[in-house]
Design a protein around this ligand. Structure first.
Ligand code: ASP
Length: 406
């Protein structure tokens, strides 16, 4: 009997096949066919992942909190997690700015004219209203809108209350355990379909956006991707080695399925089930991963931060705005915050870019210059986003438990 290929192997093959098929469609000028007939299968797959993401985050976090046993432990895990997230995102901004300034300084960024390009920006009502918006007034609406920050707040409140209710909450604990077991089974099934999603999305992206790689934005893309790579190789390797005590090569090898998945789906939230599997395989504590990963998929976005810095410097150049050092420091602060506010869904990072540009007085219409190829930026930034979450769950496991789980 032939040996069945493992899921990571299948995903890798699907990725390569997708590139080949995408190139064929690209060079035969039939990219529209991939949009009509291949992308819908990828969409179905991502829809399935999105439909389980609310129950996965909710149940996984509540279960993680219950298993930790007391709110002190949750506070300790939460504190370490948020500290790790903030630190790596701040470094990511620095990496993004460094790369953008190197490229800009060497005159590598094209100066594109705005012409009649426009971009309909989302209105921001300031930080206080963002803060108020994190707290749900209607639980069902939070679930319905998949407002993940609100879902996390709900999970924290319910998890804490279940612990506080002691013995009386026993049936609820069992219910959470049982529901999570069911959701896990469903998740495993949906993930087993991922080669289809990876193949169809990859073929579509290569066929429809391949030209952009050869076009005028190639160097801006290259700049962002060098930033992503640098950040992964330096920051995540250091975190894996010194935070989690794991060989960085082993770390990246084991993280590959989640990385490929994030690359093709461009959604941290949708990748969550795969990230969880990878993290646990590498020795992340199940309960800690159940807490850190959903939180990370929602608020920890290093790739998005790098992208926002690169895009800001590039668009500032196009707009003829020279950023001062103080403004650059402001970019770090705002990009960190806006990365936190970015949802883990395709294209969310570009919406939050408006916040950075508005603060710096750069007209948001300039976003129109790069929005068409956002998917290409997004694939890389999502990959970074989830890799940072996985390494975070491993570091926090070691910091809490003294060692990884194997
Ligand atoms: N697509 C990214 C993610 O899901 C967010 C972004 O657009 O930057 O992590």
């Amino acid at each position: 009997m032939k040996k069945k290929l493992s899921l990571p192997q299948q995903i890798l093959i699907a990725l390569l096949l997708g590139v080949v098929v995408g190139l064929i469609f690209f060079f035969t000028d039939s990219a529209a066919l991939t949009e009509q007939y291949l992308k819908p299968f990828g969409d179905i797959f991502v829809n399935l992942l999105k439909f389980i993401v609310v129950p996965v985050v909710l149940l996984s976090m509540i279960q993680g909190i219950i298993s930790m046993g007391d709110m002190k432990k949750v506070g300790s895990v939460g504190g370490k997690t948020v500290a790790f997230f903030m630190a790596t995102t701040a470094v990511a901004c620095a990496v993004g700015l460094l790369m953008a300034n190197l490229f800009d300084g060497a005159g590598l960024f094209p100066t594109l004219a705005l012409g009649d390009t426009t971009y309909e920006a989302k209105q921001f009502d300031g930080f206080m209203s963002v803060l108020v918006g994190i707290f749900p007034s209607n639980m069902w609406k939070a679930f319905g809108d998949a407002n993940m920050l609100q879902v996390i707040v709900i999970a924290l409140f319910f998890g804490g209350s279940i612990l506080a209710a002691g013995e009386q909450s026993e049936p609820v604990r069992q219910l959470v355990d049982s529901m999570y077991a069911v959701i896990e089974k469903l998740m495993t099934f949906i993930i087993s379909l991922s080669p289809i999603g990876v193949f169809t999305y990859m073929a579509w992206v290569v066929a429809t956006q391949g030209a952009a790689i050869l076009g005028s934005l190639a160097l801006v893309l290259l700049c962002a991707y060098i930033g992503y790579f640098l950040h992964a190789i330096v920051v995540y390797s250091i975190a894996a080695k010194f935070g989690a005590g794991l060989n960085p090569v082993k770390f990246f090898k084991e993280a590959v399925p989640a990385m490929i998945f994030a690359f093709t789906s461009a959604s941290s939230a949708a990748t969550l089930p795969v990230s969880k599997e990878c993290a646990e395989k590498m020795g992340a504590d199940k309960n800690i991963a159940a807490f850190v990963l959903p939180l990370g998929a929602t608020i920890h976005m290093d790739g998005t931060a790098i992208y926002q810095c690169v895009a800001t410097v590039f668009l500032a150049t196009c707009a003829g705005v020279d950023l001062t050092l103080t403004q650059m420091i402001m970019v770090v602060a705002i990009a960190t915050l806006s990365a936190i506010g970015t949802a883990g869904t395709p294209g969310a990072g570009v919406i939050m870019l408006t916040m950075v540009l508005t603060t710096l007085g750069i007209p948001v219409d300039y976003i129109g210059l790069i929005i068409a190829v956002d998917r290409l930026f997004d694939m890389g930034r999502t990959t970074m986003n989830i890799t940072g979450d996985i390494v975070g769950s491993l570091c926090v496991t070691r910091w809490e438990n003294g060692k990884l789980n194997n």
